[in-house]
Design a protein around this ligand. Structure first.
Ligand code: SAH
Length: 344
């Protein structure tokens, strides 16, 4: 199955498309259930080990689909966190981060090789986008890590390298595949997509997936500061972003998460906290304050702890639900914004 000059991988294919494939090939559509069962429930990836699929169909599947995997080439561990480096078939590299919480084991997957959003504080984005990840390259991050660690992952956050709404179709097929009740059957509510504020993506997302969580990397209470640290805000003004988010909440009835990195002397003042509280008043949301992870190549500094607490208090007093993000992975450069920093 060619897509341009790229042969489709079996882990690119949604259940519904696989059913159509079998119908188009004069076979029964329940073959899709059987194949999904092998791939995603039994985790058997070798067609030769799939007993109930005919030899003729096996040969056809081998011709039509690539069954190969990305390669896990490195793993780094710290308390409660593991980071994995993967090599793709064209030699590009991406990372995923596994975090152990008391409520489960979450996985942060990457959606692109590099990123074009250019956020000033982000190490991951210093490498410009090389290409989008194919759906299978996102699915396989999950499959390979579950297999290696003998674990079941929930939840999944699409918060690694890349802007998911700059790779909308492939990321959303990833969501369709991992939530299919014929396969991994992960609940939509256990998936969060994080965007820096790509409005057309949010618009599509609210129509396509009204149960998957949305997180917005906000990081500033006004356009002036946001323009300084996030180039995307020049394309999509805060006012427009907020009205899109209100539309999203009205349509999906879901609570939105706002991520807010605490950058010393940039966005962490008491005035910023008050302005943020006003901006978010009455919106069904919660704010996740993220202590900035410093990296050696970028000059921003983390806000002082007292400043973060003062900021937190103001939001809280103004009735905004807020948490300070627990920190993971600093020692293995697996924390937010540090991915890719030292992997070469
Ligand atoms: N492009 C998407 C997802 C990737 S970034 C987005 O912008 O949401 C994942 C999160 O990590 C974002 O909130 C991002 O702003 C944050 N982040 C980036 N660099 C960071 C750093 N050095 N310290 C803490 N968080 C960082």
């Amino acid at each position: 199955m060619k897509c341009g000059d790229y042969m489709k991988n079996i882990f690119d294919i949604t259940f519904e498309d696989l059913e159509q494939y079998f119908i188009d090939n004069n076979d029964k559509k329940f073959r899709a259930t059987q194949l999904y069962d092998f791939l995603y429930k039994k985790r058997i990836y070798n067609l030769d080990n799939m007993s109930n699929i005919s030899n003729v169909m096996k040969e056809k599947l081998k011709k039509d689909y690539d069954f190969s995997f990305i390669k896990m080439i490195k793993k780094q561990e710290d308390v409660d966190v593991k980071k994995y480096l993967f090599e793709l078939s064209d030699g590009n590299r991406i990372e995923s981060v596994l975090m152990f919480h008391d409520y489960g084991i979450s996985l942060c997957v990457s959606s692109q090789v590099g990123c074009n959003m250019g956020c000033a504080f982000c190490e991951s984005g210093r490498l410009k986008k090389v290409r989008n990840l194919q759906t299978h390259e996102i699915v396989e991050q999950l499959l390979l890590i579950e297999e290696k660690e003998h674990i079941k992952i929930t939840p999944i956050v699409v918060m690694g390298i890349g802007e998911p709404f700059d790779n909308y179709d492939n990321v959303m097929n990833f969501v369709r595949i991992v939530t299919s009740n014929k396969g991994i059957d992960l609940g939509c509510r256990h998936i969060t997509i994080s965007t820096c504020g790509v409005i057309p993506g949010i618009e599509r997302f609210m129509n396509d997936f009204n149960q998957v969580n949305l997180a917005i990397s906000l990081h500033a209470p006004n356009d002036k500061i946001r323009n300084e640290i996030m180039p995307i805000s020049k394309a999509y003004k805060l006012e427009e972003l907020m009205s899109t988010i209100k539309k999203y909440i009205a349509k999906t009835n879901r609570r939105v998460t706002f991520e807010y990195i605490m950058l010393k002397d940039i966005n962490d003042s008491i005035d910023c906290a008050k302005e943020l509280a006003t901006l978010l008043k009455g919106i069904n949301c919660y704010v996740n304050l993220i202590p900035y992870n410093e990296t050696e190549n970028i000059q921003f500094k983390r806000s002082k702890k007292v400043q973060i607490l003062a900021f937190y208090d103001i939001l809280k007093k103004n009735g905004i639900a807020v948490t300070i993000r627990r920190e993971f992975g600093g020692n293995v450069d697996a924390a937010c914004g540090q991915l890719r920093a030292k992997s070469y």
